[in-house]
Design a protein around this ligand. Structure first.
Ligand code: SAH
Ligand code: SF4
Length: 431
């Protein structure tokens, strides 16, 4: 979501005549788009702002702006203004679309501007987006979140859930397809509750089926799914729609029913395992990834063992695992039985061991298989090779043809590692 917001800022700036600078030090404008989901994201943003403000000494006309979720928290804005008065513009998540006007006002008056809105009524349409890749794009289908998981800051910084009208989403995707985009990722904090607020009788499964009809689009992905809203109809849509990729990011957070309840997430360990089983039964080759938090307040060793059990039962292809981070203003931050850091770290290490063992086992059968890969560009580790993703979303680094960037090509896997696959392109574009 944060990356997609940055793409919107880039798109709006391009429209009013700004272009990307080669070096941050020499640019006329730096925007720090902050994330607040965990404390280390907050710390990193403050570190970056401290660094960027030193650039202003050599380049006094540089404009420094800060936006994003951190700016929706008044105590953080106060701290920012006190520690870094050099920041010229502060704006939030709800008025992102106003950035060109705010920037214009700053340039005209030359005075610090802080403009933050508390809420937004609906999704603002027609913001130009500058996609990082010409062949794949994020498409926001809904903003905000109504779930109030007890550890999470997002409902406070992003506001209530607002779904976009399906015609607007479909028009945007048709436009992207006309411009050569072949893969779209539908974005929302909980995509499976798409449409609940629209009162026109549309749900996420229906939207998937409609996007599947759009000519030119070849791969459809979506992110993120809360297990409580993952209906059998969505599983059926995944199974039936040839363009909907066999993959989903199903954030489990914990395997302990007791902890899940305290997290305010409304499913049990058994329901979570049964859901994954249904997806794997109905969607051949489904790649299922997850998010897990260790050290939630009150998490006992037994609760943690339930999480390890869940991982072994669901056999996630990969996972993001996080140490619980106290977020000011959330109910969990007020819970009494906070877990000591050593225990959190120990649990994270033990969780990673199990996750990695499972990932290695799941990836092993890819050895000597040929998979279809959407080629994204040079590999980050070795620029003489290419990188891309399989239908399920697995990362592949391979030797191949640089002219095929943006195309889907067959790659024969010669090494199936825990975190990625390695191989060689065997032919030109796949059917
Ligand atoms: N809307 C998504 C999650 C968005 S936040 C969903 O519900 O699936 C991304 C991930 O950050 C969450 O899935 C969770 O695992 C993690 N996270 C959120 N708040 C956190 C906190 N206070 N401490 C640690 N991890 C957190
Ligand atoms: Fe946060 Fe829960 Fe909403 Fe995800 S569903 S954004 S974890 S409150």
């Amino acid at each position: 979501m944060n990356e997609n917001d940055s793409e919107k800022l880039a798109g709006m700036l391009r429209q009013i005549g700004w272009t990307p600078a080669e070096k941050a030090e020499e640019s006329g404008l730096i925007i720090v788009n902050t994330c607040s989901v965990r404390e280390n994201a907050d710390d990193r943003a403050f570190g970056n702002i401290g660094k960027f403000k030193t650039y202003k000494r050599k380049n006094p006309d540089m404009i420094l702006a800060v936006c994003g979720c951190m700016m929706q928290q008044p105590e953080i804005v106060a701290e920012l203004r006190q520690k870094h008065p050099q920041v010229d513009i502060i704006f939030g998540t709800h008025n992102l679309h106003r950035f060109p006007q705010i920037l214009g006002n700053f340039i005209a008056a030359g005075e610090q501007i802080t403009e933050i809105w508390d809420e937004s009524d609906a999704v603002v349409e027609d913001i130009p987006v500058e996609n990082k890749y010409p062949f794949k794009a994020y498409v926001t289908i809904m903003q905000g979140c109504n779930n109030f998981c007890s550890y999470c800051i997002v409902p406070y910084t992003r506001g209530r859930e607002h779904s976009r009208q399906p015609e607007r989403i479909l028009d945007e995707i048709r436009g992207l397809a006309d411009r050569g985009v072949i893969e779209v990722t539908l974005l929302g904090q909980n995509v499976n509750s798409y449409g609940n607020d629209l009162e026109i009788g549309i749900d996420f499964a229906t939207l998937l089926r409609q996007v599947n009809e759009i000519d030119g689009i070849r791969r459809i992905r979506f992110m993120t799914s809360n297990p409580k809203d993952f209906t059998d109809d969505v599983i059926a849509a995944m199974a039936q729609c040839e363009k909907v990729m066999p993959s989903c990011h199903l954030a489990m957070q914990s395997g302990s029913t007791r902890v899940i309840r305290r997290m305010n997430r409304h499913y049990t360990k058994e329901e979570a395992i049964a859901l994954v089983r249904r997806i794997r039964d109905e969607v051949p080759g489904a790649v299922i990834t997850t998010d897990i938090i260790v050290g939630f307040p009150g998490e006992t060793e037994e609760d943690f063992q339930d999480t390890l059990d869940l991982v072994r039962a669901c056999r996630f292809d990969s996972a993001f695992s996080f140490i619980y981070s106290k977020r000011h203003g959330t109910p969990a931050a007020e819970m009494e039985d906070q877990i000591p850091d050593e225990i959190k770290h120990d649990r994270l290490n033990r969780l990673l061991e199990v996750l990695h063992t499972v990932s290695a086992q799941i990836n092993a059968p890819f050895q000597d298989q040929t998979v279809d890969v959407l080629v994204e560009g040079p590999s980050a580790r070795d620029a003489s090779r290419l990188t891309g993703r399989t239908a399920g979303g697995k990362l592949v680094n391979f030797t191949g043809n640089f002219d095929d960037i943006g195309r889907i090509v067959p790659v024969r896997i010669d090494k199936a590692g825990t975190f990625s696959l390695t191989g060689v392109q065997t032919a030109a574009e796949a059917d």
